[in-house]
Design a protein around this ligand. Structure first.
Ligand code: UD1
Ligand code: CA
Length: 455
């Protein structure tokens, strides 16, 4: 069975009060439309057709990807008109309609819906709500069979009392769609071409409308304003928190934990409050993450410990290695097993060997540091000469005294020591001591200056 998916995303979203097109507003770090496209892809359709209008250029620019067909709807004349714009590109046996501003729809729900489509049957996703104000109402006949959808604004009082609402998501036999869309009229309160009118046409043609409901009403909740956007965000985050807890993660507070990307976790991971995980994050068994950490596109190997208030991006933290509190690991930072990075230490494109240590107040950029090497407090690599970046290389078991400036390119070989306060500009060989600072002079009987009297 071949499938085409049409995602409606042309609307303006006035109530967002935003320069950004509505469907580009983010939920959990990805645009709402991005989430819908992600779910759509998992159904392996032959085509995904995104109907765009308001902010079309911005949407195209942000989401352009292989296998996405953007269709322009110049004027937003209604949901039926929107689907009709994609019609020339639709050749699948089944056409599934989704909404660019309904981001939390679950793939399993869509799979259930798609199972209901047959040549003589279509699948409609409905939701029963205490307050269905604004929703199209599902009208059923005396046998309980769906006969039509009536939009809220067009409904009678009796119809408005119906609690079963139209989610807008439906799956129809592709061969029939064109004919039904061609028969739509805009003779209604809103003067729009309603996609929902297709239901009564299908029933008139002898088709059966099979309904499914989502397990959770939030799956079909759209975001029309910032309040609803925030509700979707919280719902997404709680869902993600529950997923991770089910996999064996302790979250000190699932309500104070945010994922903005894809996270894989091992067992017995402990995550304290206010942690944000972004991009692709891999967390292996027994990792502990302290409060207030931001971890982006990073891998934390078994037993790694990230202490509070640390910021990691593009980093690999090896087994039992630890970083923080207040550590900053920038892209290309690698800590081998058991390495240690302490407070106010910044690393960029730097490799720390097994058991290497930088405990305090240090900047290490473009450096390769051998196993067990110890970097004293206040040390920096001078890796940038104003035009180019240069490398600092340290062997194994090197001891860098406190407050060193290591002027790259420079090589400090295994077992070497540098004295505190040194500015190292020349290579140091194995087991040498380098002292590169002014000698201390002690002057006897020093008279301190005295304060001058003001007349
Ligand atoms: C629609 C349904 C209603 C359902 C509700 C669920 C119709 C006629 N009504 O109503 O039964 O209960 O959704 O939220 O379908 N869009 C376009 N082009 C257009 C018009 C709309 O792309 O010309 C897009 C919008 O961007 C939006 C979606 O279609 O993503 C729904 O449009 P909207 O105007 O919000 O429909 P509702 O009136 O809410
Ligand atoms: Ca709507």
């Amino acid at each position: 069975m071949s499938l085409d998916i049409v995602i409606l995303a042309a609307g303006q979203g006035t109530r967002m009060r935003s320069a950004l097109p509505k469907v580009l507003h983010p939920v959990a770090g990805d645009s709402m439309l991005g989430h819908v496209i992600h779910s759509a892809r998992q159904l392996n359709p032959q085509g995904i057709h995104v109907v765009i209008g308001h902010g079309a250029d911005a949407v195209r620019e942000q989401l352009a990807a292989d296998g996405l067909n953007f269709v322009l709807q110049d004027k937003q004349l209604g949901t039926g008109h929107a689907v009709a714009q994609a019609l020339p590109a639709l050749t699948g046996d089944t056409v599934l309609i989704l909404y660019g501003d309904v981001p939390l729809i679950e793939v399993q729900t869509l799979e259930r819906l798609l199972k209901r489509v047959e040549p003589e049957q279509l699948g409609l996703l409905t939701v029963t709500l205490d307050d269905p104000t604004g929703y199209g109402r599902i009208v059923r006949d005396e046998h309980g069979c769906v006969s039509a959808i009536v939009e809220h604004k067009d409904a009678t009082e009796a119809q408005r009392a119906i609690k079963e609402g139209n989610t807008g998501i439906l799956a129809v036999p592709g061969k029939r769609l064109g004919e039904w869309l061609g028969r739509l009229s805009n003779n209604n309160v809103q003067g729009e071409y309603y996609l929902t009118d297709v239901i009564a046409m299908a029933v008139g043609d002898g088709l059966v409308v099979a309904t499914e409901q989502p397990h959770d009403a939030m799956e079909v909740q759209g975001a029309n304003d910032r309040k609803q956007l925030a509700e979707l965000e919280r719902h997404y985050q709680l869902r993600e928190a529950r997923r991770l807890m089910a996999l064996g993660v302790t979250l000190r507070d699932p309500a104070r934990f945010d994922v903005r990307g894809e996270v894989s976790v091992g067992r017995d991971v402990v995550i304290d409050i206010n942690v944000i995980l972004e991009g692709r994050v891999v967390i292996e068994d027994d990792v502990v993450i302290g409060p207030n950490c931001v971890i982006k596109d990073s891998t934390l190997r078994k037993g790694a410990v990230i202490k509070s208030n640390s910021h990691l991006e593009g980093a690999i933290v090896g087994e039992r290695a630890d970083a923080g509190p207040f550590a900053r690991l920038r892209p290309g930072s690698v800590l081998e097993a058991g390495a240690h990075v302490g407070n106010f230490v910044e690393l960029k494109n730097t490799h720390m060997g097994e058991g290497a240590k930088a405990g305090h107040l240090t900047y290490l950029g473009d450096a390769v540091i051998g196993a067990r090497t110890n970097i004293g407090a206040g040390t920096i690599t001078c890796n940038y000469d104003g035009a180019n970046k240069h490398k600092t290389v340290m062997g194994e078991d090197v001891f860098i005294g406190s407050n060193n400036s290591l002027v790259a390119p420079v090589d400090i070989s295994s077992g070497a020591t540098t004295a505190a306060g040194s500015t190292i500009t020349q290579n140091v060989s194995d087991d040498q001591l380098a002292v590169a600072r002014a000698r201390q002079r002690n002057i006897d009987g020093w008279q301190r200056p005295v304060k001058l009297k003001k007349d």
